[in-house]
Design a protein around this ligand. Sequence first.
Ligand code: SIN
Ligand code: FE2
Length: 225
Amino acid sequence: MQRKGTTPATFDLFAEDTPQLPSQEQIGPESFVFRGFALPFIEQLLPALESVLTQAPFRNMVTPGGYTMSVALSSCGEFGWITDRSGYKYSPINPLTGQPWPAMPGVFMELAVAAASAAGFAAFVPDACLINRYIPGAKMSLHQDKDERGLEWPVVSVSLGLPAMFLFGGDERRDPTQRVPLFHGDVVVWGGVDRLRFHGVMPVRQGEHPQLGEQRINFTFRKAR
Ligand code: SIN
Ligand code: FE2
């Protein structure tokens, strides 16, 4: 590495114009998008995900209103987020298998803790990781994450595979939304004054991701209890 002043001027200019990767965008007072933050973890993350999904396969759950979600869900960690005709809740047991959820892999925890800390939430220890699978056409309507007891802790959301348009709204459903394109490896963290902001995902477009194929996978880490 050459020191400043010893490099040609053109090189200096180029260096100043090139964004540092991974880069960060602020989308709220306590909300950030960390571009490519999960990429250094990916080689460990994908086999760990495979192992979780073998123990707790994806399935399409029904909302209390009787609507079958287009996004298929699984979970790992102490608590899994589930929905059925009786409501949304966290459960220590996977209703599909009658077993506890798979333990949260170390690399999942490491990634979540690092991202939370980069957003200013030190000492975040998630006990729930919801795993969402979007096939092309699948979407998530605007909602708030409010089934957790630990609302003082942030939400850490990791995007893998096909890109998607994330909608980040306000505290009221009718508030305008920001459109935030999310790509493989991006991590969004929202907490503090932003913790209850409405958010959702527009229908995922047809495509083929080199590592994950025709799907988008999202991990959402939270402190449920
Ligand atoms: C969620 O809100 O649970 C998922 C968000 C996402 O898929 O990016
Ligand atoms: Fe959510």
